[in-house]
Design a protein around this ligand. Structure first.
Ligand SMILES: [Zn+2]
Length: 354
């Protein structure tokens, strides 16, 4: 039944994609799209609960996705379509001199070249919703500004700690050429002191223009959870990311070791369709990015290099791992291509740049 569904979905995409001549869809390109490894359901609900029980701080995006998939039978098909479009984008567009480093020469890791999609610098306008139950949580404008600065540094590879990168990954670190501008801040005093991860904060304070703006809710989530994002393909009424107050920005009311603003960088990565670096499964599960080596679990703290899992060195310093803020400092060229596909013609976040 599942294979039948996927085949039907594939045929549906074939016809809908043919009508879009901007992508220069050809039979040859479509034959390059292999969806056989795609998945949306994971064991995250069990895995993240186990990590929390062990005292770890975690991201709840994959658990949130499991919940939304259960609540909305149409979501799996929508995410399949987003993935198909992403893979078709990669098959259709030739790698070029984009913002990444096209030079090979790594010591054995898979290289992926940045695609020059002709879109230039992409700017995402951001609305920040601050929901507070005490004065500490009513964070300063300076704290909000610090988060926007961190986002821009991390997505444009102007973060100073990029210099820590081991030589093995020199050819992988990327400038995504995606930027962020604060478009407005909304503050709400609320007696509720802990919001959880079931989108309650979004129901109380709905997103503003979510098809054209990234909405970020900053509130106390509770339970050791740093933040959670919604993947592209989900409902507009809950689109955006939620970040725990003390993990937002790098100055003011922040808590070490997640006081570098990297929780938001990580969650925006999910919002732009990036999976966790270990694929939320064992070695046979992937994050659909070729130049991030396979791994079987998250890393924590500040790992020493090399950290070997699944017969390769983990890219522990990638923003989509679980390490401390001070020890994550890169996206890869493959992740850049995956994120930017969303903004190309027919992409799930195309409306943001029009
Ligand atoms: Zn995550």
């Amino acid at each position: 039944m599942r294979n039948c569904f996927l085949a039907m979905a594939s045929i549906a995409m074939l016809f809908s994609s043919c009508s879009n001549d901007k992508n220069e869809i050809t039979d040859e390109n479509q034959s390059k799209v292999d969806m056989s490894d795609f998945y949306v359901y994971t064991d995250a609900s069990v895995d993240e609960a186990q990590r929390l029980a062990e005292g770890r701080n975690v991201c709840h995006s994959m658990v949130n996705l499991n919940r939304q998939l259960n609540e909305n039978p149409e979501l799996e098909k929508k995410m399949y379509d987003v993935e198909y479009h992403t893979r078709l984008f990669k098959a259709t567009n030739k790698p070029g001199n984009g913002g990444g480093n096209p030079n090979g020469g790594g010591s054995g890791d898979v290289d992926e070249l940045p695609i020059d999609d002709g879109l230039g610098i992409i700017n995402i306008p951001v609305y920040v919703h601050v929901i507070y139950s005490n004065t500490n949580e009513n964070i300063s404008n300076a704290q909000i500004a610090s988060q926007i600065t961190v986002l821009n540094d991390d997505f444009r590879k102007t973060n100073s700690d990029a210099s820590l990168l081991p030589a093995e990954f020199d050819n992988d670190i990327t400038d995504s050429e995606i930027e962020f501008t604060l478009a407005g801040t909304y503050r709400h005093s609320d007696s509720k002191s802990s919001w959880g991860t079931n989108d309650a904060v979004k129901a109380a304070y709905p997103p503003i223009s979510p098809s054209t703006h990234l909405n970020i809710w900053v509130c106390n989530i509770g339970g050791g959870i740093l933040g959670y994002a919604q993947f592209p393909g989900g409902s507009l009424s809950t689109d955006g990311i939620v970040v725990g107050t003390q993990y937002f920005g790098n100055t003011g009311y922040v808590a070490a070791p997640f006081n570098g603003g990297r929780t938001t960088t990580h969650e925006v990565g999910h919002y732009l369709n990036l999976r966790h670096i270990w694929g939320d499964g064992r070695c046979n599960r992937d994050d659909f990015v070729a130049d991030t080596p396979k791994s079987d679990a998250p890393n924590y703290g500040c790992p020493s290099y090399p950290t070997v899992n699944c017969k390769s060195n983990d890219m522990t310093m990638n923003y989509m791992d679980y390490v401390d803020d001070a020890c994550m400092y890169m996206f890869s060229d493959g992740q850049r291509n995956r994120m930017r596909a969303l903004f190309a013609a027919g992409g799930a976040r195309e409306d943001m740049i029009n």
